[in-house]
Ligand binder design. Structure first.
Ligand SMILES: CC(C)(COP(=O)(O)OP(=O)(O)OC[C@H]1O[C@@H](n2cnc3c(N)ncnc32)[C@H](O)[C@@H]1OP(=O)(O)O)[C@@H](O)C(=O)NCCC(=O)NCCS
Length: 172
């Protein structure tokens, strides 16, 4: 489907407008039912999603077709960062612009709110190319589980730096 047509048929709104059961079932379809064992879940263990930075995509009929959540996290418990993810698009509708629309909306909100640096585990070919995420910030960080170093990415606002070393986990 042409990207313009797809986006016209989809609206982006706050994730709170989606039923939690629908979000869970979308995430199970996209990442598998064992998704909770992933390192990203351990990084934000016990945290509550940030309402202002969590978005959903709905089709014309109101069905949930995408979700993006953000969480409080920190280096060594104290240096605040925001963990982005999971970012999920209904498998049959992937690569039609829905992921980018949700990410653009979240980044615009984060920039507007002057939020802390964003971190995520994801493909640099996607998150670097479209949204400016980079792995050089995270080279010496440790995380609570296995990670492919090239997929541990950060997007840091101009004029801000992050510690070169530290353990990425829940915020204290
Ligand atoms: C990754 C994901 C969120 C992207 O959203 P999407 O709506 O499918 O993709 P978009 O339409 O926004 O982006 C399309 C462009 O990104 C590229 N792209 C999409 N996913 C990519 C990936 N994983 N790696 C590299 N490029 C990717 C496409 O090739 C396309 O490029 P083009 O415009 O040059 O053709 C979605 O595909 C998804 O849910 N994937 C499975 C779950 C996942 O891997 N999530 C990320 C980790 S949290």
């Amino acid at each position: 489907m042409d990207q313009t047509i797809a986006l016209n048929a989809v609206s982006i709104g706050p994730l709170r407008a989606a039923k939690p059961a629908d979000v869970d079932s979308l995430l199970d379809r996209v990442f598998g039912a064992d998704r909770r064992r992933r390192t990203a879940y351990r990084i934000r263990d016990g945290m509550t999603a940030i309402d202002d930075l969590s978005f959903a995509a709905f089709d014309r009929g109101g069905a949930l077709v995408g979700s993006l959540q953000c969480w409080p996290a920190a280096l060594d418990g104290e240096v605040p960062v925001i963990l982005v993810g999971p970012v999920a698009v209904e498998p049959a509708l992937q690569r039609e612009g829905i992921g980018r629309a949700m990410m653009d909306r979240m980044i615009a909100a984060a920039d507007y709110l002057g939020s802390d640096p964003l971190v995520l585990i994801g493909d640099p070919e996607y998150y670097g190319r479209f949204f400016g995420f980079e792995s050089h910030w995270t080279r010496e960080w440790t995380v609570p589980g296995p990670v492919e170093r090239r997929r541990l990415l950060a997007r840091v606002p101009e004029g801000i730096t992050l510690p070169a070393e530290g353990h990425l986990g829940p915020r204290r």
